[in-house]
Design a binder for this molecule. Structure first.
Ligand SMILES: Cc1cc2nc3c(=O)[nH]c(=O)nc-3n(C[C@H](O)[C@H](O)[C@H](O)COP(=O)(O)O)c2cc1C
Length: 302
């Protein structure tokens, strides 16, 4: 998730368990050729022994089929085993530059992007795509899913809402079931899975066996584990070492002027599941003092 799920949060998810794979924040592709260092910035796993980390897909966002194909190949040459193409981002700045969800009305172009990328990727590397159900209406998902399959993608992630629906509940999981019936590649269901019961309902309505968790996992890092059958609640006191580790890692990785920003952002999501996260957020929200934030995390034990 853009601006949120960096390597440090991916490491937390690995440590907590239950998650099978992650996607990087998106690498924006325009007509310029990006140097390797950009891929390494979004995906430090590439230089740090990729197999020690959660399996990772490099996420590309753009609309130029040749440029995306070039960078999909480059990602693989740099060590990525899988590439994910984004056709779901609703952000105005992204859509204005012809990226993300605005392509949902351009099925031919989606096909071109997938087909050119697949052609350029070496054998044995996975290509996935992520779509919403449509742009203004929930009306283009079947054509787009078929184009993505025809282009040669291996997997399709479906966020079961239109761009217009934004992030408003509900998610239309039954539409994912229609997609599953229309194509033969793996379909992974996404949208509005906050609890194990949401997961069960999504599974029933979509017929899917695989699920992508977004905000629900940020709110409750134990959700993937719980979905896989772990009946133990992932408690606030178990989360504290993760917060400490995450704060230390992000403080070292980002410029000092941003100290605490990534942690505050995560606490914003955690508040939904843990009342303690709200208290901690309130305490540190105006602070940029590393020692103060560190001890506030520790105090939130009590
Ligand atoms: C802050 C934020 C950043 C996101 N970034 C991405 C992204 O980079 N790529 C993507 O495919 N989806 C992105 N999404 C969408 C989520 O992956 C997911 O599809 C959406 O939130 C619905 O799932 P959820 O209800 O489980 O959160 C983002 C969502 C949020 C809230």
């Amino acid at each position: 998730m853009e601006g949120v799920v960096d390597i440090h949060l991916r490491q937390v998810f690995k440590d907590v368990g239950g998650v099978d794979a992650c996607v990087t924040e998106f690498v924006r592709i325009n007509d310029q050729r990006l140097p390797a260092k950009i891929f390494h910035r979004y995906c430090p796993e590439l230089t740090m022994g990729i197999d020690q980390y959660l399996p990772i897909r490099i996420q590309l966002l753009g609309s130029n089929p040749q440029a995306i194909a070039y960078h999909a190949r480059k990602a693989c040459q740099l060590g990525a085993k899988a590439v994910d193409l984004n056709f779901g981002c609703p952000a105005k700045t992204v859509n204005k530059n012809r990226g993300g969800a605005c392509l949902l009305d351009e099925t031919e172009l989606i096909y071109e992007i997938i087909a050119r990328a697949k052609e350029q990727m070496p054998e044995g590397h996975k290509l996935s795509a992520k779509i919403r159900l449509g742009f203004n209406e929930r009306d283009s998902y079947l054509e787009n899913a078929q184009a993505i399959e025809k282009g040669g993608a291996d997997e399709l992630f479906v966020h079961a809402r239109s761009k217009q629906d934004g992030y408003q509940p509900p998610a239309y999981w039954d539409c994912i079931g229609e997609i599953r019936n229309a194509i033969g590649i793996d379909v992974i269901a996404n949208g509005e899975i906050w609890t194990v019961s949401d997961y069960a309902l999504c599974k029933q309505q979509s017929g899917c066996d695989d699920f992508m968790l977004g905000r629900g996992l940020l709110a409750n890092p134990g959700l993937a584990r719980a979905i896989k059958g772990d009946s133990m609640e992932f408690s606030w006191s178990e989360l504290i070492p993760c917060l400490q580790q995450y704060f230390a890692a992000t403080s070292a990785a980002y410029p000092k002027k941003f100290i605490g920003n990534r942690l505050k952002q995560w606490l914003h999501y955690l508040q939904r599941h843990y009342p303690q996260a709200r208290h901690l957020f309130e305490r540190i929200k105006r602070s940029r003092d590393e020692c103060f934030i560190r001890s506030a995390i520790e105090d939130s034990h009590r």
